[in-house]
Structure formats: structure tokens, C-alpha cells
Design a binder for this molecule. Structure first.
Ligand SMILES: Nc1ncnc2c1ncn2[C@@H]1O[C@H](COP(=O)(O)OP(=O)(O)OP(=O)(O)O)[C@@H](O)[C@H]1O
Ligand SMILES: [Mg+2]
Length: 357
């Protein structure tokens, strides 16, 4: 592997906010060092924070991994390069972050202890339903490993722009559709390109997706949390003023232990945020051609029993219906419709808004 070949690989990394130019043309590649079996690439960033820095570092790592033989180790380092044009006072990271979030009335996590229970489906539809009720709503997709918001809203392929709000402060503009402002790391990934993050980088990318976004004035900012209760979750709850959470579950008795984990994550003394309620997803199955029928495939009243056991409210029951799955795949959320499943999401939204009023 020669230096030229590595530069060529790095040309696959484009800066979405800079006219989609690649990082080589933008002069961001400061050096490429090749030792026996290690390649070290150093990227230079101006002193001001690039809202997409973590994304560019992750993409560069991915490009190197794709092109280098498995026996060669690779590393991406960063240096700060002074931008001679700007002589600014140092910006305080926290000031910037909190400025943004101050205009958001309620930040609510949509979580579960377990994967695949329909968190993203509930989060996206809840956002759309809240918007239908007239609230100003945003949704941040915090699943940096498996973002689903672009597909579920049919906004994939759109590229958020960055805006310099004042010298040295750049924010990403969310994508707007169905009356909701959406943000997801998925908007920055090339199609079919896996995002490769180390733990701390994933946390930083995630925070950028929430804190460096020009949300403007919002009544609700929902955060579609990644599955599980690991480091990312704890870091998120430490650094972002998430006010409380909605926990999504399916009715099975076996899900209780997972839901309990999700509830404990918010209620442990170090975090101590309220749970606004449990949403029982896939509460019953209704065939499309027999909308009046309900089949309790995963047991009846599972969500209600769980809620009672854990001392939280059951704030919504969402049926398992083909149209919800189809809505997720086609990017037209079920909550836009006046079918029973659409109404279920609007009722959930009204209940949540009521609790927070
Ligand atoms: N009520 C429902 N009716 C029909 N299909 C549903 C329902 N809820 C979720 N699904 C489908 O189940 C699948 C998983 O849902 P989703 O991606 O929302 O789960 P998740 O909890 O966010 O998963 P992950 O843990 O991977 O983030 C999707 O294909 C979705 O369309
Ligand atoms: Mg999800």
C-alpha cells in the first residue's frame, strides 16, 4: 500500500456540509505515515468545532479498514490547525450546547431494555402524532450503530446542512418532514456503508446529533435510544438534560426483566429521572381485513401487569398491524392516518403531553 493509494481511499470521505468535497481536497489530511504494518492518518480541524468531526473521523477509519489488508493496523489521529482568518475568543462548549437545548421545553428518551420491541417505530410515530396535535417536535435518532429514522421517514439520501450561527459556532440543520425536525447519523453515512465507531466516539457522535443541531424552539425533543442499557445510555443521561423517559415493551412476561432494566436505568439514584409511562407495543394483533378483531398473541394485559409491578403508568397500547410495519418500511408513519393504529399513536401523544403539561 502506497501513500497515494491511502490518499485515494481517503477521497471516499466527503464533508457533507462543505459542498460534499472530499477531505483531501479540503486540505484536512495533514499527514499519512506508513510504518511496517501500521498506517497513521492525521486529520486537521480548525480550532472552531466542526459539527461533523466525529463523523469524518469515523468515516476515515472505515475507509482505511475497507482498503487496507487485514494484517495492517490503522489509526486516525487529529490535530487542531489554527484558522488564520478567524481570531475569535474561545467558545465554551457547554455554553453552545446549553444555548441550543434551552429552547427545547421537554427532552424525552424513548427507551427499552431490549432490542426490536418497536422503540424506533413508537418514537417516530409519537413524534408525528405530537406534531398532528400542534406541538413543535424534534426527534434525534440516538442509535448511532443502526439508525432507522431516515428510512422510517423516507428522508434517506437527504443531507443536512451546517450553518454558522456566529463566528466559530456551527450547527447542523435538521431535516423537516411531516411537521417534525429529524436528525440521525444515518444522514451522514453513504448508503450501505457501515459506521464503525469505538465506544467513546459513538458517544461523541451521538451528542453531536443532539447538541449541535439547530432545533430552534421545540415543545418536545424525543430521543430514540439505542437498544440496551450500556455505556452510551449512561453517557447520554449524564451529558444531556433528558427530563424523563417513555419505556417501550411488548406484552410477554419474559420482557419484564428487560423492562425493569430500562426503568432502573432512569430511576437509579445517580440518574434519577421520571418514567412517564410504559407503552405496550404489539399489544394485540388485528388482521387488516377484520379491523374489529383482536388476537392477544403475546398474552393479554402483559403491559398493564408490568406497569403495576414496576409502579409506573401504562400510557399507551399499540396494536400489531401490518400497516405499522408497512408505514415503517415505506417511510410514511402510521400516525399520519386516521386508521385505528394512527389513532392509537395520537392518543398516546395526547396522554404524554397531558402528563407533562
Ligand atoms: N406495532 C407494530 N405493528 C407492526 N410492526 C411493528 C410494530 N412495531 C414495530 N414493528 C416492526 O418491527 C420491527 C422492529 O421495530 P423497530 O425497529 O421500531 O424496533 P426497535 O426497538 O427500534 O429495534 P432496535 O432495538 O433494533 O432499535 C420493524 O420492522 C417495525 O416495522
Ligand atoms: Mg430502533
Amino acid at each position: 500500500m502506497t501513500k497515494e493509494e491511502i490518499i485515494l481511499a481517503l477521497r471516499e470521505v466527503h464533508h457533507p456540509a462543505k459542498g460534499d468535497k472530499d477531505i483531501v481536497d479540503l486540505g484536512m489530511v495533514q499527514s499519512v505515515d506508513i510504518e511496517d504494518n501500521k498506517v497513521t492518518v492525521t486529520l486537521g480541524f480548525p480550532t472552531r468545532r466542526d459539527p461533523l468531526a466525529e463523523y469524518l473521523i469515523g468515516s476515515s477509519r472505515a475507509a482505511l479498514i475497507r482498503h487496507l489488508p487485514a494484517s495492517i493496523e490503522s489509526e486516525v489521529k487529529t490535530v487542531i490547525v489554527e484558522d488564520p482568518k478567524s481570531k475569535r475568543k474561545k467558545t465554551n462548549v457547554n455554553d453552545l450546547d446549553m444555548d441550543q437545548i434551552n429552547e427545547v421545553k421537554h427532552i424525552i428518551g424513548v427507551a427499552s431494555g431490549k432490542g426490536g420491541v418497536g422503540k424506533s417505530t413508537v418514537a417516530v410515530n409519537l413524534a408525528v402524532a405530537l406534531a398532528r396535535l400542534g406541538y413543535k417536535v424534534g426527534l434525534a435518532d440516538a442509535d448511532v450503530y443502526g439508525p432507522s429514522v431516515p428510512t422510517m421517514t423516507s428522508t434517506e439520501g437527504q443531507t443536512p446542512l451546517a450553518e454558522e450561527i456566529e463566528e466559530g459556532k456551527e450547527l447542523i440543520l435538521p431535516i423537516e418532514k411531516y411537521g417534525v425536525k429529524w436528525m440521525s447519523i444515518g444522514y451522514f453515512a453513504q448508503k450501505g456503508q457501515a459506521l464503525i465507531w469505538r465506544g467513546p466516539m459513538a458517544c461523541n457522535a451521538l451528542k453531536q446529533m443532539i447538541l449541535q443541531v439547530k432545533w430552534g424552539e421545540l415543545d418536545f425533543l424525543l430521543i430514540d435510544m439505542p437498544p440496551g442499557t450500556g455505556d452510551i445510555h449512561i453517557s447520554l443521561l449524564q451529558d444531556i438534560p433528558v427530563e424523563g423517559a417513555v419505556i417501550v415493551t411488548t406484552p410477554q412476561a419474559v420482557a419484564l426483566a428487560d423492562v425493569e432494566k430500562g426503568v432502573n436505568m432512569f430511576q437509579n439514584p445517580n440518574v434519577n429521572r421520571p418514567i412517564y409511562g410504559i407503552v405496550e407495543n404489539m399489544a394485540w394483533f388485528t388482521p387488516e381485513e377484520h379491523p374489529e378483531e383482536k388476537y392477544y398473541l403475546f398474552g393479554k394485559d402483559g403491559g398493564a401487569n408490568m406497569a403495576q409491578t414496576l409502579g409506573v403508568d401504562l400510557i399507551g397500547q399499540i396494536p400489531l398491524v401490518q400497516s405499522i410495519r408497512e408505514g415503517g418500511d415505506s417511510g410514511e408513519p402510521a400516525a399520519l392516518s386516521s386508521r385505528p393504529d394512527g389513532v392509537a399513536f395520537v392518543e398516546l401523544a395526547a396522554k404524554l403531553a397531558d402528563k407533562l403539561a
